[in-house]
Design a protein around this ligand. Sequence first.
Ligand SMILES: Cc1ncc(COP(=O)(O)O)c(C=O)c1O
Length: 373
Amino acid sequence: MSRKVEAFISEKLNDQHHSGLYRRLTAFNEDLVDFSSNDYLGLARSKGLALAIANRQPAFPRLNGSTGSRLLTGNDSFSEEVETMLARIFSAETALVFNSGYTANLAILSSLPHRGDTIIYDELAHASIKDGARLSLAKRYSFKHNDLNDLERKIRNASGRVYIVVESIYSMDGDVCPLEELVKIAEHNDACIILDEAHSTGVMGTGGAGMAVDSKLSQRIPIRIYTFGKAMGVHGACIAGSARLREYLINFARPFIYTTAPDYHTLASIACAFDFLRANIELQGMLQEKIQVFENEMRTHREFRVMPGAIQTIHIPGPEHVRQRAMELRNHGFDVRPIVSPTVPAGKERLRICLHTFNSVDEIKALCNLLKT
Ligand SMILES: Cc1ncc(COP(=O)(O)O)c(C=O)c1O
C-alpha cells in the first residue's frame, strides 16, 4: 500500500485510541444474559421460526442466490408475493423490499428530495437517515429532538418540497416521536413525513405492523420504512407507500437498482417471521410484562427516566466511564453495551439496555440491583 495511505490509516487509528473511541468487534457471548441485542421478541433465537423457514419449500430453481438486481434477473413472483403480504400488514398500497434498513433509508433520501428541496430530520435520527440526506442534493437541517417548535421554525425557513424524517421509537434513547402532532404539522405545511419504524416493527400493532398502523395514522404518513433485522429476528427491510412511490423507487433509487436482490432465503424468512408472529402474538404482551418489571424496579431510582418500550438507557458521561460500567455488568454475567460518540453526541454516552421476552424476571431484577448501586 502507498506509504501516505498507511500513515493516514495509522494516524486515524491512533486518534481513535487517544480519544477513547476505538471500536473493536466482540463475538456474541452465549454465556452472558442478552440485554443488548435488538431481538426484542426472541425471534432470532426461536427454533420454531427456524424450522418454519427451513420447511418453506423453495418454489424456484434458484435455491441460493437471486443472481442479479431486481431489474435484471433478481425478480420473481415470490418477491412480489412477499411485498403484497407486507403491504397488507403495513396498511399501504405497496411495499418494496430492500437488503437492509440502512439501504432503504439511503434509497428514499438519496432519490426523492432534489436540489432546491429541504430535508429536516430529528437530531437523534439514525446514521442511515443522515447518510441518505447527505447523498441527496437537497438542503438538510436537523431539528431539536422531538421539539415541534424547533421543527416549525425550520419549516418556515425551508424551500422547495419539504421532507420531515423521524423515527417512531428512537434507537439510542428509546423514546417515541409525537406522531399525531407531527402529522398535523406536516399536513398544515404541505410537508411529507418519512417515518422510520425500525424499532417498532414487530413489537407494536396488529401482526407487528408498527406505530403508524397502531395509532391509526398510517394513511396520513406517505412513506414508511420497516426493518426485519430487529424484533422480526431475520434480515431486510421495506418501504411502504403508494404504488406511484414504488414505481418511483424502482426507477430512481440507486441503492435498489444497483445491488443484487435479496435471495430466496431472506424473502422466505421475512414471510415466515410475520406468519410466526401472527400465530404467537402473545409475544408482544410478554415483552410489555418484562418492560413493566424493569419499570417497577427502576422507577424510584434517581436520574433514571423509564422509556415506554424495550430500549432503556442509563446516562454515564465519558467514554471510559461508560465502558467501565458495561465491563462491570459483563463481569456479573450481563451483556449491556456502552454507546459512545459519534453514535451519540460526546458527553451523552450511555448504557443501552434492551429488554426481551426471554429475559427472566430474576435476571431483570438482578440487573436493576446492579444499576442502582
Ligand atoms: C432507526 C434505524 N433505522 C435504520 C436502521 C438500519 O436497519 P438495518 O439494521 O436493517 O440496516 C437501524 C439499525 O440500527 C435503526 O436503528
